[in-house]
Design a protein around this ligand. Structure first.
Ligand code: UDX
Length: 443
């Protein structure tokens, strides 16, 4: 199988590189020629653990080629659509890139003799493959789907920070199509790719496949918002501790322990966009997604809980130096999209505080985004030096290793607000740190 991947963002580049790792020749196509050049020179345009070393290997073996010229798709057997679907102002998804890629692929199918399968990995609301992508492909190719080429929905579930692993070891494969032959072809391809590690394959309609992605992400976000709501209860209860409650409910096999880490809320490139999109889609077909809407509301309020805890400890924020450890939306990424650090910074600045931040990976992006609005530290210790309060915003491994003594010796006042529950409250309190945390009641 020769593979084309249209769109070399976090999903496309990881998909392309992981197929090369399995020995398939891949051509990565992106309209951004600067990005294409960068990738060709062995550099990733964003931070993703182990992606760069695997990219270099894919280039060295000659399996990966990159280009801005979509006509190379005529040589492929499979083409993946992996472009972004950003939010539009009404919360729905903007299909500009999807339409452009569908049109580019369609043109390459014109005059082609062999059957090609087009797989949609981009996150799109139900009906997009059937009502948007298929008509564009058919118009440009002057051919019919199922007869002359195939079209399948094939949503991805890659987590940032674990994307290479998730691409190599998916926990399920979802394929949607109206043609049984295409469903079987894609299933056979994935059994060849994953061999003994092939997970359960769900073969269904376009719309069910598209909805599975949204139902999946909104359920996970709901789980996090749920435990954050419980955390808010715990904070008001003497001796309350959400960690104990999460452990207690997570042991129920019907609930399970994952995605029960209480904190300052969820962010990133997927959850916020996808929840808004499914809510807008629901409205468009006359269904209110009330639980999704409540999940968003809980999340919108959660970052400000950190500011409340800071104010509880130090009162008026005017002129106070507040250190933020972590800026990225989660560890192991440099991604600041919808990161909770942003509303926290905005609120702290509005209330007159001086903010200093540090993140192991997101500093370059933060400097572009925030410019001189905050100070940027060179290390965690540099960040907390002379600070009146420190907030743990992202649970990076290196922050977990900082001992209470370091806070006691470095800060102006040893006040720590643990927004991600990375520290042992009693160890910190016994050492003399003034410690408060999300989901932790008065002792
Ligand atoms: C998510 C989905 O997991 C992935 O399958 C999908 O394809 C893309 O969206 P990602 O955005 O990389 O992946 O992050 P994820 O690890 O799912 O975390 C999402 C957010 O939830 C992060 O902000 C994270 O900090 C937060 N989170 C997660 C919690 O606050 N508590 C938890 O217990 C788990």
């Amino acid at each position: 199988m020769r593979i084309s991947v249209f769109g070399l963002g976090p999903v496309g580049l990881v998909t392309a590189v992981s197929f090369c790792k399995k020995g398939y020749p891949v051509v990565g196509i992106d309209t951004d020629s600067h990005r294409v050049e960068m990738i060709r020179s062995g550099k990733t345009p964003f931070f993703e653990p182990s992606l760069e070393s695997n990219l270099r290997e894919a280039l060295d073996t000659g399996l990966l080629k990159t280009t801005s010229d979509s006509s190379v798709n005529t040589e492929s057997d499979l083409s993946y659509i992996t472009v972004g679907t950003p939010s539009s102002p009404d919360g729905g998804i903007d299909l500009t890139y999807i339409r452009a890629v569908a049109s580019a692929i369609g043109k390459t199918l014109l005059g082609r003799k062999e059957y090609q399968l087009v797989l949609v990995k981009s996150t799109v609301t139900p009906g997009t493959a059937r009502n948007v992508i298929k008509p564009i492909l058919e118009k440009e190719a002057r051919k019919l789907t199922s007869q002359d080429f195939g079209l399948c929905s094939n949503p991805e579930f890659l987590r940032e920070g674990n994307a290479m692993y998730d691409a190599e070891f998916p926990d399920r494969i979802i394929i949607g199509s109206e043609s049984q032959r295409d469903l079987d072809k894609v299933e056979a391809f994935y059994s060849e790719v994953y061999g003994a590690n092939t997970p359960t394959v769900i073969k269904t309609t376009y719309e069910n496949a598209e909805l599975i992605k949204y139902a999946n992400n909104s359920f996970l976000a709901m789980k996090v918002s749920y435990i954050n709501m419980i955390a808010n209860l715990c904070q008001k209860i003497k001796g309350g501790d959400v960690e104990h409650v999460a452990k207690g409910i997570g042991l129920d096999k019907r609930i399970a322990p994952l995605f029960l880490r209480a904190g300052l809320g969820w962010g990133g490139s997927c959850f916020p966009k996808d929840l808004k999109a499914i809510s807008a889609y629901g409205i468009s077909i006359g269904v209110r997604t009330t639980l999704v809407d409540a999940t968003i509301t809980v999340n919108d309020n959660q970052p400000l809980k950190a500011v409340k805890l800071v104010e509880k400890q130090i009162g008026d924020l005017k002129g106070k130096r507040i250190a933020l450890l972590g800026l990225a939306f989660k560890p192991d990424t440099d991604d600041l999209r919808e990161a909770v650090s942003i509303p926290i910074i905005v609120t702290l600045l509005e209330r007159g505080a001086q903010v200093v931040g540090y993140d192991p990976a997101a500093m370059p992006n933060a400097k572009i985004l925030l410019q001189d609005k905050i100070q940027f530290a060179t290390s965690p210790v540099d960040c907390i030096r002379d600070a009146d309060c420190c907030v743990i915003v992202t649970e990076w491994e290196e922050f977990k290793k900082i001992s209470p003594t370091v806070f006691l010796e470095t800060m102006r006042r040893p006040i720590v607000v643990d927004g991600r529950r990375i520290y042992d409250p009693s160890a910190f309190r016994q050492a003399g740190v003034i410690f408060s945390a999300i989901g932790l009641g008065e002792s």
